[in-house]
Design a protein around this ligand. Structure first.
Ligand code: UDP
Length: 313
């Protein structure tokens, strides 16, 4: 039986990955320090024999007994308000944490997949973003703690690959959504759902003309799974190219929830907020035969069902 370590296991993406690897018949070791993750996301796994959980902070030395086949490093604060609140931890988990997990992978002769991000492209001057684009990042701006930690993470991962011959994979994740997102994580989609359900203003930052491209979590997990099993070492974008302005996105959620008290409430645009973002997924298509299958209508409907349960109107 394959043994897989997932860091950030109690988080949004980490918990979905645990589910997937358990479904694939693996033994899954979930690790999380619960700084931004929640045990609620993996509650259903505690009775499962194939699953064990370590409450541990990967910025400290990581020890796992027994052999490991795969490591998936998904631990990190990942929403702008989280990494603004925890700038040092964000830098540490991307740098020290990644270093520890690369060391563990080397020791265990395991394959390691690192969660990188479209944020490595910063406020992009190339559109859509291809893996070959080097990015446009402000290292000392408020988002720099996340962006640069992830850029360092890519650099040290490639260094371990070249210097130690480590078997590595790098996924560049674009905006992803779905059940188990934290209601108060400050991101556009949870904020808009919570506000629409409660009949409040949907806080659209700036004039809402900035764009994002939202991928449903099941599609993302499938792409990551295929990348892990591939033999491709350089970074691969996984995301949904269907791009939408934030204002149009807020309006879609308003219509879906249909609460007559909800409205659009414009707020100032945060510093260094990227103007546009859309993955070029030609590489993933060609390499992995992967493309997203869930469109926004279906994905938002599934996500709404979750938020209706967790948001108190
Ligand atoms: N945003 C917004 N209202 C909110 C939260 C976010 O208009 O309540 C905007 C934010 O400024 C950005 C976009 O929505 O332009 C996506 O933000 P999110 O935090 O979801 O992800 P990221 O900026 O990391 O892509």
């Amino acid at each position: 039986m394959k043994r897989v370590l997932v860091t950030g296991a109690a988080g949004f993406l980490g918990s979905h990955l645990c589910d997937r690897f358990i479904r694939e018949g693996c033994h899954v070791i979930g690790m999380d320090n619960l700084l931004t993750g929640s045990l609620r996301n993996i509650d259903h796994l505690f009775g499962v024999e194939q699953f064990e959980f370590y409450h541990h902070d990967v910025t400290k030395f990581v020890h796992v007994p027994g052999h490991l086949d795969y490591i998936l490093h998904f631990a990190s604060p990942a929403s702008p308000i989280d990494y603004l609140r925890m700038p040092i931890q964000t830098l540490k988990v991307g740098s020290l944490g990644t270093h520890h997990l690369l060391g563990l992978a080397k020791e265990k002769k395991a394959r390691i997949l690192i969660a990188s991000t479209s944020e490595v492209y910063g406020d992009p001057l190339e559109h859509p973003q291809k893996e070959t684009y080097w990015g446009h990042v402000n290292p000392i701006g408020p988002r720099g703690v996340y962006d640069e930690a992830k850029r360092f993470q890519e650099a040290i991962t490639m260094a371990y690959h070249h210097y130690h011959g480590l078997d590595t994979r790098i996924v560049r994740i674009f905006n992803t959504y779905g059940p188990r997102m934290r209601v108060d994580d400050g991101r556009a989609l949870p904020a808009f759902f919570a506000q629409a359900i409660r009949g409040e203003g949907l806080t659209v930052f700036g004039d809402g003309s900035q764009t994002r491209s939202f991928c449903y979590v099941d599609d993302l997990v499938e792409g990551i799974y295929r990348l892990l099993l591939s033999d491709y070492v350089l970074p691969v974008n996984i995301g949904n190219p269907s791009e939408i302005s934030i204002l149009a996105f807020a309006e879609e959620i308003l219509r879906l929830v249909g609460n007559p008290q909800a409205y659009i409430d414009y707020k100032p645009l945060p510093v260094d907020d990227p103007r546009q973002r859309q993955p070029d997924i030609s590489l993933a298509r060609e390499l992995l035969g992967w493309e997203p299958k869930v469109d926004r209508v279906e994905g938002l409907a599934k996500t709404y069902a979750y938020f209706r349960e967790v948001v108190r109107a």
